[in-house]
Write a protein that binds this ligand. Structure first.
Ligand SMILES: Nc1ncnc2c1ncn2[C@@H]1O[C@H](COP(=O)(O)OP(=O)(O)OP(=O)(O)O)[C@@H](O)[C@H]1O
Length: 253
């Protein structure tokens, strides 16, 4: 009986396959790729059914379709695969290699943010005018994959330029601004939204996007609420509200 042969290796094997399927599901749910994935899964099930039923000709044809299907899958899912691999890379890469994950956060906290004064001035000004803003400051995790979703600016950091970007009528105001090495790297970027059920329902998509990036990377996020003018700093998935310019400057320095 095959059940008697069931070993710990088989259990690990099944667990890894389950985890892979779960990760694929998470990566593609809500996208057009999800429907394609289901289509292919159905063809695969049909192929298994046909094989069990002993229908030789159909089984050979569907087998060929499945063989070519793997290649077709890679082509169809190319953008998703690329985004996912980049996401994994940016999450786990650091100068310390694989183990960097455990060290980088602590290390990041000990460094002050370059240009913190200009950022704090801009955020405080936007808070008083209730201008919504979302700023992601890159640390060790590479944010290229997110910067690519928007427009690369690579401009010198200045209080006025930040305000100009988030000014309501500016074509760049929507989405997030990404900062790298003390420069404004990109604007109008789309960040992954968090699905954490513990985020207060009063916080909308801007805040959820900040939580989402913070959960996936070690970036420091600043959110200025358009609704309340409140400033939040989100770091390692934890939000801290900041009441004054001095407090924000202290948090960033
Ligand atoms: N995934 C995302 N990535 C980047 N920016 C986003 C994302 N989703 C929403 N935003 C930004 O957030 C804005 C909508 O914010 P929304 O009002 O839903 O959020 P909020 O957290 O309630 O913030 P506020 O307090 O400013 O209203 C959008 O116009 C867009 O600029």
């Amino acid at each position: 009986m095959s059940f008697i042969d069931f070993s710990i290796i088989d259990a690990i094997d099944i667990a890894i396959v389950g985890l892979l399927i779960w990760q694929i599901y998470r990566a593609i749910r809500g996208t057009a790729a999800f429907s394609i994935f289901w289509g292919i899964a159905l063809v695969y099930l049909l192929w298994l059914g046909v094989k069990i039923a002993g229908m030789e000709l159909l089984s050979v044809i569907l087998g060929q379709v499945m063989g070519v299907g793997v290649l077709a899958l890679i082509i169809v899912f190319q953008p998703e695969i690329r985004r996912y691999l980049l996401m994994i890379g940016s999450r786990y890469s650091s100068s310390k290699g694989v183990f960097g994950k455990w060290f980088k956060r602590e290390e990041s906290h000990s460094h002050s943010i370059i240009g913190s004064e200009e950022i704090a001035k801009a955020c405080y000004a936007m808070s008083t005018t209730r201008t919504g803003a979302l700023i992601a400051i890159e640390r060790k995790s590479n944010l290229d994959v997110y910067a690519e979703t928007g427009d690369i600016i690579d401009a010198e950091l200045s209080n006025r330029l930040i305000q100009n970007i988030f000014f309501k009528n500016s074509p760049l105001h929507d989405g997030a601004m990404i900062m790298r090495d003390g420069r404004i790297w990109a604007a109008r970027c789309i960040l992954p939204t968090s699905e954490n059920p513990n985020i207060p329902p009063s916080l909308g998509l801007r805040h959820r996007a900040a939580f989402g990036l913070s959960e996936n990377t070690d970036a420091l996020l600043i959110v200025v609420s358009e609704e309340t003018g409140g400033i939040s700093v989100i770091d390692s998935g934890k939000r801290r509200t900041v009441g004054s310019y001095e407090e924000l400057l202290m948090t960033l320095s």
